[in-house]
Design a protein around this ligand. Structure first.
Ligand code: PLP
Length: 292
């Protein structure tokens, strides 16, 4: 355990933070050449781990690093990480690196992937953000385009997001929404974004260049289930500012209403449809068919 109260593992073995080390020649450290997934628990069980595993494989294959551990091993390790923490709901991150190799961008000599586990209590975002809506900003920094390292890959290379979040924090906001180079909305630094206008729910289409959030996927299903029209669309910053309701989604945030974009306050936060969607998602979270 560290000062932060985290739990660590290296290649499946639980270690103290002082022993939670990989080589400085690991390409994950040198080049951000790694992938990761965060699974949370709900009622003490892994939530939607099947969907996270699927995305982990997609990320791995997109980077030409097929996983060296099988799904059963990964699932069991997520469960072991939760058990090791011993109580409460967990945030369970598994990072898989390219492995150790010569000091070169060429990874052909990186033979063995390293698997790093970091677990911590599932943090609660401020109640205030759910009660009255959070503040987000439209970042000046653009999302790296799909034609570069595709944001659909959940890689350890998050510097673009790190710099966008810096803009948010400088303005007292919880999240920064990034536009793509065409000026269309993509996503926030660790969440996807939705808006509602005239009763229609909209979220940026995947082709705009964004991570296909597991929560985003559930929200699209939930909207259909509760009879709301939901579209994957091309959205501008002005569309967000003119929306009736806006919310962001993510594994740790669930459905978080947005109350302010830059200096513009939204009149409905949370709006009635956001509340309806958040309540329906709450049922999804506790539905045993989504736990592993
Ligand atoms: C860039 C980015 N977009 C969206 C999300 C939300 O994805 P999920 O719902 O799978 O947590 C995340 C999660 O960390 C993210 O990093």
């Amino acid at each position: 355990m560290s000062d932060y109260g985290y739990t660590f593992s290296i290649n499946g073995e639980f270690v103290d933070e002082s022993d939670a080390k990989i080589s400085v020649l690991d390409h994950g450290f040198l080049f951000g050449d790694s992938i990761y997934e965060v699974v949370r628990t709900v009622d003490g069980r892994l939530f939607a781990a099947d969907r996270h595993l699927k995305r982990l494989h997609n990320s791995a294959n997109a980077l030409g690093m097929p996983l060296q551990r099988d799904d059963e091993w990964l699932l069991q390790h997520w469960r072991d990480m939760h058990a090791k923490r011993g109580g409460g709901e967990s945030y369970l991150r598994i990072i898989i690196t390219r492995g150790v190799g010569p000091l070169s961008l060429d990874f052909s000599d990186c033979e063995t992937q390293n698997v790093v586990g970091i677990a911590k209590p599932l943090n609660r975002w401020p109640d205030e953000d759910y009660a009255h809506g959070c503040k987000i900003v439209l970042a000046k920094l653009r999302r790296n385009p799909k034609q570069s390292t595709d944001p659909a890959i959940k890689s350890g290379n998050y510097l673009n997001n790190v710099m966008a979040l810096k803009e948010a924090r400088a303005q007292g906001a919880t999240e920064a929404v990034m536009l793509n180079v065409e000026g269309n909305v993509t996503e926030a630094t660790t969440s996807n974004i939705f808006m509602i206008k005239d009763g229609i729910v909209k979220t940026p289409a995947l082709k705009e260049g964004l991570l296909e959030g597991v929560t985003r996927g559930f929200i699209l299903e939930v909207c259909r289930d509760v009879g709301l029209k939901c579209e994957e669309a091309v959205l501008s910053g002005a569309d967000l500012l003119n929306a009736d309701e806006v919310f962001i989604t993510g594994t740790t945030r669930d459905v978080m209403p947005v109350g302010q974009i830059n200096e513009e306050k939204l009149s409905r936060a949370p709006g009635s449809l956001t509340i309806k969607i958040a309540n329906a998602y709450h049922e999804v979270l506790h539905d045993p068919k989504n736990s592993q």
